[in-house]
Design a protein. Structure first.
Length: 156
């Protein structure tokens, strides 16, 4: 297996670990503060279906169930994909320290998840209060820290 593919796969595995950390931090926050789950992933799937003209198939119940499954899958895909991209960057010679890798993974996750939601009009981060930014950044930072640390460890 060539080095680029190997590092992309290691990055994807690190991204999966980071995604697990992001989800865990989010669920702990929900449990501690009693806040509801975010509906933005599902709204993003619905907006994407509307924008592309590709409907989510099924009767009303089946369609809603599919949207409920597809919403979280978009986050998993983003997390694994961003990890894979970090692995590819390593294979191209970009090997920063852990703090820089953490920052890159964190920013990548924020842009990779919030970017599509913003472009589709599901949310507008410019209007978020500080508390919403904290609620969003903390789990994404957990993603970045775990993804960077796991990739660093797997690559050595």
């Amino acid at each position: 297996m060539n080095q680029s593919l190997q590092l992309a796969l290691l990055g994807a595995a690190a991204g999966a670990a980071g995604t697990t950390a992001l989800n865990a931090v989010s669920y702990v926050d929900m449990a501690l503060r009693g806040r509801p789950t975010s509906s933005t992933p599902e709204k993003t799937v619905e907006a994407l279906a509307d924008k592309t003209g590709i409907p989510v198939p099924g009767d009303e119940d089946a369609e809603q169930n599919r949207v409920s499954g597809l919403g979280p899958l978009t986050g998993l895909i983003a997390g694994v994909g961003i990890g894979g991209l970090l692995g590819l960057a390593r294979s191209a010679g970009w090997r920063p320290g852990l703090a820089t890798s953490t920052a890159a993974a964190t920013v990548g996750a924020l842009v990779g998840t919030n970017g599509p939601m913003t472009l589709l009009g599901v949310t507008d981060p410019r209007t978020w209060p500080a508390k919403s930014w904290v609620v969003d950044i903390v789990p994404h930072f957990a993603y970045g820290a775990v993804t960077a640390a796991v990739l660093e460890r797997l690559d050595h």
